[in-house]
Design a protein. Structure first.
Lengths: 118, 288, 155
């Protein structure tokens, strides 16, 4: 089964989601990220969703869960690039993505993560 | 006589006396041209000449009924051009259609000459030309209407854009003054605009100033709250400024929960807060 | 349980014949596996674009479709969705009818009120999906099945 690639930059893990994910793929990503945080001793996770034109409750929960698990493993998560239409829809759906930090783009996201473990 | 033969003779009739027909036609259009400039008259003369020639060529093709046929493409294009120009210049559709209908008289005169004693032939030819020109006249009205509609749509869009101006106050700080009454539909559009501008400019704070908004009802307040929630999901934040006493009362009465949102009375106050949030500050140097 | 492939009706619901006068071109997609949800998203997006829905409205419709498709698979034991093109004479719309022969929704009222639960619980998010569309209709009978109809109109 195809997997979403996870890149490593120092103690930062970078994921760019560019495909329309089905639930199993999303779960696989969550598992992979959790594993890599441990195996790579990552301190930060950057999830780039600028290419996603859809975030439904499952994907939203996957993101929240990933952030929660990362926190337990002493890593911070930032989600970047949410499209306006997606943001409006999530608000209407009532999904809050509680506990997830967000930034407009990768550059700002990295700055957020850089600040946190100086 | 077959249709093709009629087509030929009509076409011949025009080409043989092109300048004569053209002159008579333009003479009829005096009422339309009397209040236009010299340049406009020149253009009209040129248009009529081209139209006459194209009309002759088109009739020669043999298609005398269906003006949508490709042999009439050039005529239709010319008519579209003329119609669009006149629409923009402020002519009425009747004036433009009359331009086309005025071609009938000079053409009938020529047909009389060509068909001489053939009364039946003349009747058929005249009727054919009559219907043809009627169709072309109606076509100009359609084009005219379409152009006007396009102008209206464009003006509506421009109005919508005007109502959501964006001011970049500083790096990462946007100000969006909202002006006019906000109804539910307009607020949604404004909401989407604000979020898109945040993305486009990479702003982290958007100051939504509602000084220019006379009243706020529950729906509008809810939309504003949703906009702020969406902006936060995207990684930015919003401050609402310009809340006048009346609006403050309305908001409290409506029971809208603004706990989570920073609100300031003036844009200036909001700007200071925004500056702090972006890690900047203002230092006022003492005058010497 | 019978499904689309055997051409028999999953769940007898009046919603199947609903609004016949206003809809055309019914396409039926089966909903069994995760990948089917992705397929539905794609087709719904195409239809939404085809009738000129704004980007936000498209996203809302596709998201609602994704939620309901998932419900059909996870809680309905699989089923199908009918895609319709709507035209009420004044405007165009896209309609989706999700049908399954699952256990049904015991308390529709509270399901519509429920938010998304992070832990257990059904967390169907029906209320959320309802807010994303213009029309929402649901027919569900315990142990027989569920049908959900949603329509989004071009403003």
């Amino acid at each position: 089964m195809e997997r979403i690639p996870i890149l490593r930059m120092g103690d930062l893990l970078l994921v760019t989601i560019q495909v329309d994910m089905h639930d199993r793929l999303a779960m696989q990503l969550q598992d992979d990220l959790t594993q890599r945080i441990v195996s790579d001793s990552a301190k930060g996770v950057l999830i780039d969703i600028s290419a996603l034109d859809l975030v439904d409750s499952f994907i939203g929960r996957m993101i929240s869960n990933t952030a929660a698990m990362a926190r337990v493993l002493d890593a911070r998560t930032v989600v970047v690039g949410m499209q306006p239409a997606v943001a409006i829809t999530l608000v209407e759906l009532g999904l809050t993505l509680h506990g997830v930090q967000t930034a407009l783009n990768v550059e700002k996201g990295m700055a957020l993560l850089g600040k946190s473990y100086r | 006589m077959s249709m093709n033969e009629y087509a030929d003779r009509i076409s011949q009739a025009i080409l043989a006396e092109e300048s004569g027909i053209g002159a008579e036609w333009l003479a009829q259009l005096e009422s339309i041209t009397v209040r236009s400039s010299g340049a406009a008259r020149e253009q009209l003369r040129a248009h009529c000449q081209q139209l006459l020639k194209a009309f002759a060529v088109a009739t020669r093709s043999g298609e005398l009924e269906n003006i949508e046929h490709r042999s009439w493409d050039e005529v239709r294009d010319l008519l579209s051009e003329i119609s669009a120009t006149r629409a923009k210049a402020g002519s009425t559709p009747a004036e433009t259609a009359t331009l086309v209908f005025s071609l009938k008289q000079p053409l009938f005169a020529r047909l009389r000459d060509v068909f001489e004693t053939d009364a039946d032939g003349l009747a058929i030819a005249s009727w054919t030309v009559n219907t043809l020109i009627d169709k072309l006249g109606l076509y100009t009205i359609e084009v005219f209407q379409k152009t006007k509609d396009q102008i209206i749509v464009r003006q509506q869009q421009e109005l919508l854009e005007l109502s959501t101006p964006v001011v970049k106050l500083w790096n990462g700080i946007l100000a969006l003054p909202l002006i006019g009454t906000l109804d539910s539909a307009r607020t949604q559009v404004v909401m989407e605009n604000i979020l898109q501008k945040i993305v486009d400019t990479g702003a982290i704070i958007a100051i939504i100033d509602i000084t220019g908004v006379p009243t706020v009802d529950t729906l509008v307040a809810q939309h504003l709250m949703k906009t702020i929630a969406a902006a936060r999901l995207m990684g930015a934040d919003c401050i609402i400024s310009g809340i006048r006493p009346q609006i403050a009362q309305t908001i409290v009465h409506l029971g809208v929960n603004l706990e989570d949102v920073i609100t300031k009375a003036t844009l200036a106050d909001a700007f200071l807060v925004a500056l702090e949030r972006t890690g900047a500050s203002i230092m006022i140097k003492n005058a010497a | 349980m019978v499904d689309a492939q055997t051409q028999t009706v999953l769940f007898e619901t009046p919603l199947l014949e609903h609004r016949r006068a206003q809809r055309t071109g019914r396409v039926t997609l089966r909903l069994r596996s995760d990948e089917d949800v992705v397929g539905v998203r794609k087709q719904v997006r195409e239809r939404a674009v085809a009738i000129g829905l704004s980007l936000v409205d498209q996203t809302k419709l596709v998201t609602a479709a994704s939620e309901l498709a998932r419900n059909t698979i996870k809680y309905g034991g699989g089923g199908e969705v009918h895609l319709d093109a709507f035209d009420d004479g004044a405007r165009l719309g896209v309609g989706l009818l999700f049908v399954d022969a699952g256990q049904g929704i015991p308390n529709i009222e509270s399901a519509l009120r429920d938010g998304f639960t992070t832990g257990g619980g059904l967390g169907l998010g029906l209320g959320g999906s309802k807010r994303l569309v213009d029309e929402f209709d649901i027919d569900s009978r315990p142990k027989e099945g569920t049908a959900v109809l949603i329509i989004k109109w071009k403003r």
